[in-house]
Design a protein around this ligand. Structure first.
Ligand code: AMP
Length: 425
């Protein structure tokens, strides 16, 4: 029988990798708290319609990448695994009447997302995002606050050189005219368009702007720019976002082709990149304003803005840039014994030490002391607590595994000493 493997596009995050993940999540949680975002959990799956409406039926995410759940019976309802967090959070905002809470309602979620995408480096079928959403604030100040929050996250996580690219994609007032102009532009160059882009031109012409196809990269240089076509209100909003970023000393680069893949965005859109990296595929994270989304999902018209930062890519980038990241810490001590069979004794001493808040392992294998000591050294423990004849009058041997020195110690003195040594690092 062949052995089983994790499904394509998913992976096991093994113990050695967890400290860096935990570090990244801790930074996210700490900043969520500092900036006043409250935790929410939503189900890993929702009614498919929540995503079809909330993300947009003609986006890659819904068209190609949605993990649809096969119903067991002929249930009228169909579900899909969440491909992103915003639609579910906004669904929850409406369902729980959060419109009546003090606005804005600031929510955060950190968890796995699922997209049936072609797996490649930095692109998985199960991946993790940190989401923040500020619902009920039309900006522009909160837009700048969120953009800055993302940059702070990358810095605190250990990525020094992350830049933000910023755009405004207008609103339902000014965007349709721009989209019509853009469509006409591409129609004039239809012969140069690859088949996929020709299709997109019919369904979602904005998508052509961030196309990766080399044929378009060139053409897009001459495409009309949304930033030149914004209505007065959108233009003023955009200018104010930038003024607030300037006031915070946050550098940003205006990128008129940054339209994001999702239908629901209005006005501010932004993405984070390691400086010098190009192409949407490389984005570390992104976000934007979605002033129409609450209404689209059945709530009262309510503005909102948020971001989703991909944690897998942060972990990859930390590795690539050689940033210093936390590693697993071994226990400070291992309890070993001269009598291989005296496992109850070793277990009892270790249990008492753990009750004092000390991280120790008991060697519970029935094996010679030499082997127990070897295992402790290999694990990277600082000390071995050796149980022998002295235990009868309350003493143990404490062996410093680095220095290869050993002394007799009253067992009652162990907790204080080990606590002190643990804190010394
Ligand atoms: P998006 O909303 O598609 O821009 O996603 C926001 C961020 O999530 C991206 O910038 C990536 O860092 C991350 N992300 C999106 N899709 C994937 C994926 N399939 N695998 C890993 N990370 C992803």
């Amino acid at each position: 029988m062949s052995t089983y493997r994790a499904p394509r596009g998913t992976r096991d995050l093994l113990p050695a990798e967890r400290p860096v993940w935990r570090h990244v999540a801790d930074v996210a949680r700490g900043l969520s708290e500092a900036y006043g975002y409250r935790e929410i959990e939503t189900p890993l799956f929702e009614l498919t319609e929540v995503f079809e409406r909330g993300v947009g039926a003609v986006t890659d995410i819904v068209e190609k990448e949605l993990f649809r759940i096969q119903p067991r019976t002929d249930d009228a309802e169909t579900w899909a695994l969440r491909p992103e967090g915003t639609a579910g959070i906004v669904r929850a905002y409406i369902q729980h009447g959060m419109q009546t809470w003090p606005q804005p309602v600031k929510l955060t979620l950190l968890g796995p997302m699922f997209r049936y995408d072609r797996p490649q480096a930095g692109r998985y079928r199960e991946f993790w995002q940190w989401d923040v959403e500020a619902i009920g604030d039309a900006g522009p100040a909160v837009d700048a606050e969120i953009v800055e929050l993302g940059l702070r996250f990358y810095r605190e996580a250990g990525l020094e050189d992350v830049e933000v690219r910023l755009n405004s994609i207008g609103d339902p007032g000014c965007r349709p005219a721009y989209v019509a102009e853009l469509t006409a532009f591409y129609r004039r160059h239809e012969d140069a368009l690859p088949p996929l882009e020709r299709q997109r031109l019919e369904s979602n012409p904005l998508r052509l702007l961030d196309s990766k196809d080399p044929a378009l990269v060139h053409l897009n240089d001459d495409a009309p720019r949304i930033t030149d076509r914004l209505c007065e209100a959108c233009s003023e909003h955009f200018a104010e976002v930038m003024a607030h970023l300037d006031a915070l000393g946050v550098e940003h680069r205006v990128e008129p082709s940054l339209v994001r893949g999702l239908d629901y965005y209005t006005r501010t859109t932004f993405e984070y990149y390691l400086r010098g990296r190009e192409g949407h595929q490389q984005a570390l994270g992104g976000g934007g304003r979605y002033d129409g989304l609450v209404e689209l999902l059945g709530g009262k018209p309510t503005p909102g803005i948020g971001f989703a930062l991909g944690l897998d890519r942060v972990v990859l980038a930390l590795k690539e840039t050689g940033a210093e990241v936390p590693t697993e810490t071994p226990p400070i001590a291992v309890v070993v014994g001269a009598d291989p069979g005296a496992t109850a004794e070793r277990l009892r001493v270790a249990t008492d030490l753990r009750a004092e808040g000390i991280r120790v392992r008991a060697d519970l294998a029935v094996r010679r002391l030499g082997r127990q000591l070897e295992a402790a050294a290999k694990e990277g423990a600082r000390f071995a607590i050796i149980l022998g004849d002295e235990l009868a009058d309350g003493h143990v041997q404490l062996r410093d595994l680095d220095a290869a020195t050993q002394k007799v110690l009253a067992i009652d003195d162990l907790p204080a000493l080990l606590l002190r040594k643990s804190q010394d690092g």
